[in-house]
Write a protein that binds this ligand. Structure first.
Ligand code: ASP
Ligand code: MG
Length: 414
């Protein structure tokens, strides 16, 4: 039993499905009120209502190709508005319940970012007014996703960016906890919609979560994890719709039960490009990837195989599906010679993640053997210190996820 009650400062972030309509906002208000009634100071970060940012995005794209930096600035002016509605509505709802609350837009604080419109990074948050408000016992409500440049233009942080706003605010306020409320009750070993035996993790290390997020787990914005790791913010991912404890992001040393593999993620957002019979001579890789880099196209996996006589090579690589047209254009301009070029979009990347890879051999082999056993062909492989990714045909994705989940001993009830 707790005898001394310490007042904690908590940042609560609610995603789009948590504020999808007025009834949902009332539910959020109750959660906020309960946290405050427990004696805590509460700052809230909100997303736009589910679907609203999609609609704003679609409208902007209907009237513009967004090819000029000025266009991108106007895009941000449009898509940042969804959050203005929800923060005001929550403040009103709380006030009508007799709870003092106030909302701020990012420029009113301000929340400063760089000037990379559509994917800006937070550089600082002025917390002076928020601290005064919290001190008075008010609930301070801030929009996710948006910021303002040094020169006074509104920016957005990239889709899903309000997680990052919340963690940045928690860091700036030196909050005791950043609760990310969403529509799932935590981080799972794999996507529970596909892998029925997936388990909720009680804790996950920052580094593993970073890999999971960047390799397809949609539960957190990748940058929010980077930010939490850098500033040591204690983050809990939990459900708005239940009282269950969620998943805590913590330093690796805090995880007692050491497992080798923590999670298996996937992504369908890559496309494969294969160049057949490229002349094999020094500088050829530079000739392919130089123009891609110049066009700001991120290349993920790369495989090269040389013909037995050493004269030609086949090169396969992956790019984001959304970059495929740009990639083909850049290859055309490069003047590169090859016999054949083919592309595939019906592929998926499956990644196995775990810090156990640092100290244990054989974990990659287990992946290859499991897939071979199911007759699943691997088109490309990439690895880092704590992850292995393979590229497979999309039609085998679900089979691969379930088989790997079992093979690594992650199934629930084991
Ligand atoms: N509303 C923004 C989006 O839908 C930001 C967020 O919800 O995280 O991407
Ligand atoms: Mg989100």
């Amino acid at each position: 039993m707790e005898t001394i009650k310490n007042m904690a400062l908590i940042v609560q972030k609610f995603g789009g499905t948590s504020v999808a309509n007025i009834e949902c906002i009332r539910n959020v208000a109750k959660r906020v009120a309960a946290e405050r009634a427990a004696g805590n100071k509460v700052a809230v970060v909100l997303s736009a209502m589910a679907g609203v940012t999609n609609q704003l995005d679609a409208w902007a794209r209907e009237v513009s190709t967004l090819s000029h930096p000025e266009d991108m600035a106007e895009y941000d002016a449009v898509v940042s508005t969804g959050e203005q509605v929800t923060i005001g509505l929550l403040a009103l709802t709380l006030r009508s319940m007799g709870i003092p609350a106030r909302s701020w837009l990012s420029w009113q604080l301000p929340i400063r970012t760089d000037d990379m419109h559509m994917k800006a990074r937070v550089s600082s948050i002025e917390t002076k007014e928020l601290l005064v408000s919290l001190e008075k016992g008010e609930v301070a409500i801030v929009p996710g996703f948006q910021g303002i440049t040094e020169s006074g233009r509104v920016t957005t942080l990239g889709r899903g960016g309000s997680d990052t706003s919340a963690v940045a605010l928690a860091a700036a306020l030196k909050a005791d906890l950043c609760d990310i409320y969403t529509d799932v009750d935590g981080v799972y070993t794999s996507d529970p919609r596909i892998v029925k035996k997936a388990r909720k993790l009680n804790k996950i290390g920052y580094e593993e979560m970073l890999e999971m997020a960047s390799l397809g787990a949609k539960v957190l914005h990748t940058r929010s994890v980077e930010m939490a790791m850098k500033h040591n913010v204690r983050v809990q991912v939990r459900s708005t719709f239940s009282d269950n404890t969620g998943t805590f992001l913590v330093g690796e040393e805090e995880i007692m039960e050491r497992r080798l593999i923590t999670g298996i993620t996937y992504s369908r957002s890559d496309a494969q490009v294969s160049l057949i019979k490229v002349e094999n001579k020094p500088g050829i890789a530079a000739k392919i990837f130089g123009p891609l880099a110049e066009a700001e196209i991120n290349v993920d996996m790369i495989v090269q195989s040389i013909s037995p006589d050493g004269k030609v090579a086949d090169i396969t690589f992956t790019v984001a599906k959304t970059d495929l047209d740009k990639t083909l254009e850049a290859l055309k301009i490069s003047g590169l010679k090859y016999e054949k070029l083919f592309t595939a979009s019906n592929i998926a990347k499956v990644s196995v993640i775990g810090v156990g890879m640092r100290s244990h051999a054989g974990l990659a082999q287990k992946m290859f053997a499991t897939l071979a056993d199911k007759g699943i062909n691997i088109h490309a492989i990439s690895t880092s210190e704590i992850k292995i990714s393979v590229l497979i045909d999309e039609e085998y994705l679900e089979l691969a996820l379930r088989a790997l989940h079992t093979a690594y001993g992650l199934d629930a009830g084991k």
